[in-house]
Ligand binder design. Structure first.
Ligand code: SAM
Length: 394
């Protein structure tokens, strides 16, 4: 990682990250098939068979928040009694990228409260692939369950834009690569699948407004749930002060593939208009906006924003490019896009299409995307801007 120097607020850091691969074998596929059969794929939900194996970028991204975990817990851990401590993972997907941060939080709390028991709650949308999540938590060699007694994993299938926990019950909350997903796609984007690359002012306005409301709503619910002194670390994608997110060229390869599929009649014009990535990459100013200087929730509880780190994540697949393995590089990048976009795109295709037909269309979109990346891989290489914030309930 190299520091992103674009913001006056960000405390820039240089983190050296070990690009670990988590491609260990688990039995997945059952939950994916069940969800498909039930027509349950919905925007934002990541299915285990794909996301779990295509989320190396998000795995590397999460590490930017690790140094904030100890400080996030420091406000409360000394005062813990014998009641179980609740740790939340907001927007877990299959939890493979949550194992390490949860383990860090558990160890930190145990270092000052050795006898305390834990409830770890992985939250996600109701149609998330929770079956694979349990498999990951139970069977991964990296699981926080390994070597730690009295730790009990649970899930909550509920939006993080709603209340999930009782008042003042939460000691620590973690969220990585999830909060840019909006509560809904607030408007059509006529000229691009990604609103930050759209020239359409009404779409940008609607997405920006939705992002503000969602961020405020997330903070409001957490301000009720966190115990006084409790902490939250949120790692997410970032839009820099220059308006860039760092993956414009990569995303344009996909947009170009989508347009070609539309022009070739593979997807209809109506489908093309519906294919959107319902997210907003917040800037530091947008993250800070609700804190004036503290955030005051509707119940009167206050949250303070204590740290904001910004950085740039180097391309996780750069080694392939350096070795000249252009085909593999293009497949890896297209696979990454596929990992988080396929469920949304699948739900946005004409519902009259069969599941097999949808899969064939999506396969062609990813094949054409990879083709475009391979045509000029250095130009397509991303450098994602990231933020990590630490928040404390006062
Ligand atoms: C890109 S994945 C990130 C998963 C994981 N935290 C990681 O770092 O790899 C985004 C996750 O956020 C979830 N998500 C999106 N909107 C959500 C919401 N409103 N409430 C809860 N989870 C949500 C999606 O279902 C998905 O699992």
């Amino acid at each position: 990682m190299r520091p992103y120097m674009g913001t006056p607020f960000g405390r820039d850091v240089h983190l050296s990250l070990r690009a670990e691969q988590q491609f260990w074998a688990v039995s997945f596929g059952y939950a994916e098939r069940m969800a498909e059969e039930a027509g349950q794929n919905s925007p934002g939900v990541m299915l285990g068979g794909v996301y779990q194996h295509e989320s190396r970028t998000q795995h590397d991204a999460a590490a930017i928040g690790y140094p904030l975990i100890a400080a996030a817990i420091a406000g409360i851990s000394a005062g813990l009694g014998s009641a179980p401590v609740i740790i939340a993972d907001f927007g877990a997907a299959q939890a493979n990228n949550s194992l390490r941060p949860v383990a860090l939080a558990l160890d930190r709390i145990r270092s000052s409260s050795p006898d305390v028991g834990f409830t770890v709650v992985h939250t996600d949308l109701p149609h998330n692939d929770f079956a694979t999540l349990f498999d990951v938590v139970d069977r991964s060699p990296e699981s926080y369950l390994n070597g730690r007694a009295e730790v009990f994993p649970f899930v909550a299938g509920r939006s993080f834009y709603d209340r999930i926990f009782p008042p003042s019950s939460l000691t620590f909350g973690w969220s990585s690569s999830s909060l840019h997903w909006l509560s809904a796609a607030p408007a059509p984007i006529p000229d691009h699948f990604f609103v930050h690359l759209s020239e359409h002012a009404p779409a940008r306005h609607a997405y920006r407004a939705c992002s503000q409301d969602d961020w405020t709503s997330f903070l409001d619910h957490r301000s009720v749930e966190l115990a006084p002194g409790g902490g939250l670390v949120v790692v997410d994608v970032l839009r820099g002060d220059d308006g860039l997110v760092g993956s414009e060229a990569l995303f344009d390869c996909l947009e170009s593939a989508l347009r070609q599929c539309r022009d070739d009649g593979l997807v209809t014009h109506v489908e093309y208009d519906s294919l959107v990535y319902p997210t907003w990459f917040r800037s530091v100013d947008e993250l800070r906006a609700p804190f004036t200087p503290n955030f005051v929730g509707s119940a009167g509880n206050e949250l303070a924003l204590l740290d904001c780190i910004t950085t740039v994540l180097e391309d996780p697949f750069a080694a392939l490019l350096e070795r000249g393995e252009v085909g593999d590089y293009a497949s890896a990048q297209a696979g990454f896009l596929r990992g988080f976009l396929s469920p949304s795109f699948e739900s946005q295709l004409d519902p009259g299409r069969s599941s097999a037909d949808k899969n064939a269309v999506l396969d062609e979109i990813w094949r054409r995307t990879a083709e475009r990346i391979a045509a000029d891989p250095h130009a397509a290489a991303p450098a994602y801007r990231l933020s990590a914030v630490r928040i404390r309930r006062l």
